[in-house]
Design a protein around this ligand. Structure first.
Ligand code: PMP
Length: 407
């Protein structure tokens, strides 16, 4: 029987614990910089105008019903998501060596990929290498599917830049067959991405060492404002003939967080037999999907599909992406300017050189705790802040708070 002894109390998710602490703080100065969600300049959630248009179109559809989707998901969504992430002109599509499944957003895509890899990689199943640091949930997801987890260096807290040599050295010594989890763009939590040249070197070592790249892409278009720029790495690997997996999320770039819209893609190497491999992989993905969620949810996929397939709405969406990334970049500049003006001790150039939703400030755990207690600023203990929590009304206050706790 389930008894208190068999089921120990688990700790609360640290991020959601922080959100609760923020919600119960009565100060009118409080700032939430914890969860990675976009906020407009009034600190409010933003329904993208393109998404609003798609919702209106959907509601006017006379054929609207609530039937089950196929196991792999809504075909017009899956096909459009595929074109978006690998490029409409991709050899992977032309040569039918890609299969795609709609998932419970990016988290579900990472999980489905993990479940597939843990089941079908040759024994003994190789480890998955995660960047240090990485999105906190990677570790939990891959643990859940029984993959052994290892780390590769990624970020130097000294330089606040990539520890590229450290990364290359560990990838170079990883046993062949190891899975390498890569953030396609806007690395969470550091906001630091490899340059194009560095991606080339990463690809080279992955090829030389026969490693398996698994891209997690949660921020396409959200990071730079350009969909093409943000999937450079994925296209580069496909153009160079890699076998790879991709987890794709529409939470941030369409603001569809709670609708759970995403996809998992598997791409086989070019060559004879590729199509057949993809068919077999798809048949196994169908079994995994069926046993876990049966079929994926309808509404969010319909909305995303309208946005992606309607030329005009898609152009509106690209504008919305520039609005979000532009506002975040403005906040990066304002914060940096505020710290410069206050002559806050330390180097703050990384605030403007990092990209995407987060900034890895370099603030210590004790500074983070003082910010919370003294200034009502809520951020995770690693010093990561969600840039979208800043706005023209609170960025100066935040700079003053940081200035106070680092002195
Ligand atoms: N991967 C990374 C790196 C992320 O930052 C996120 C969002 N925080 C996700 C995956 C998945 O998010 P979701 O399940 O909301 O799509």
């Amino acid at each position: 029987a389930l008894s208190a002894k068999n089921v120990p109390q688990a700790p609360e998710d640290p991020l959601y614990g922080l959100v609760n602490a923020y919600l119960s703080d009565k100060s009118d100065k409080k700032i939430d910089l914890s969860v990675g969600v976009y906020r407009d300049d009034n600190a409010k959630p933003w329904v993208l105008p393109a998404v609003q248009k798609a919702e209106q179109l959907y509601q006017c559809d006379p054929d609207l019903d609530h039937e089950y989707l196929p196991i792999a998901g809504l075909p017009e969504f899956i096909n459009a998501a595929q074109r978006l992430i690998v490029g409409a002109d991709s050899p992977a599509i032309r040569e039918s060596r890609i299969c795609s499944f709609q998932t419970i957003s990016g988290t579900g895509a990472v999980h489905l990929g993990g479940a597939l890899l843990s089941r079908f990689l040759p024994l003994p199943t190789p480890a998955i290498y995660l960047s240090s640091p990485t999105w906190a949930i990677h570790d939990q997801i891959f643990n859940n599917v029984g993959l052994a987890i290892k780390e590769y260096p990624y970020f130097s807290s000294k330089t606040k830049m990539m520890d590229f040599d450290g990364m290359i050295s560990v990838l170079g010594s990883a046993p062949p067959g190891s899975i390498i989890l890569l953030h396609a763009c806007a690395h969470n939590p550091t906001g630091v991405d490899p340059t194009h040249d560095q991606w080339g070197k990463i690809a080279k070592i992955i090829r030389a060492n026969r490693l398996f790249p698994f891209f997690d892409c949660a921020y396409q278009g959200f990071a730079s404002g350009s969909l093409a720029q943000d999937n450079f790495a994925i296209r580069y690997f496909i153009d160079h003939g890699f076998e790879l997996a991709i987890a794709q999320s529409f939470s941030k770039n369409m603001g569809l967080y709670g609708q759970r819209v995403g996809a998992f893609h598997y791409i086989a190497c070019p060559g004879s037999g590729a199509q057949e491999i993809v068919e077999r992989v798809a048949s196994q993905l169908a079994i995994l999907q069926r046993s876990e969620i049966s079929t994926p949810p309808l509404f969010g996929a319909k909305i995303a599909s309208i946005v992606l397939n309607d030329k005009e709405i898609c152009a509106d969406w690209e504008k919305d992406l520039r609005t979000m990334s532009g506002r975040i970049n403005t906040m990066r500049e304002s914060l940096k300017q505020g710290l410069d003006q206050l002559q806050t001790p330390g180097q703050w150039g990384h605030i403007t050189s990092q990209i995407g939703m987060f900034s890895f400030t370099g603030l210590s755990k004790s500074q983070v705790l003082s910010l919370r207690e003294k200034w009502h600023v809520y951020m995770v203990e690693t010093g990561r802040i969600s840039m979208a929590g800043l706005n023209s009304g609170n960025v100066r206050y935040f700079a003053e708070a940081v200035d106070d706790v680092v002195r």
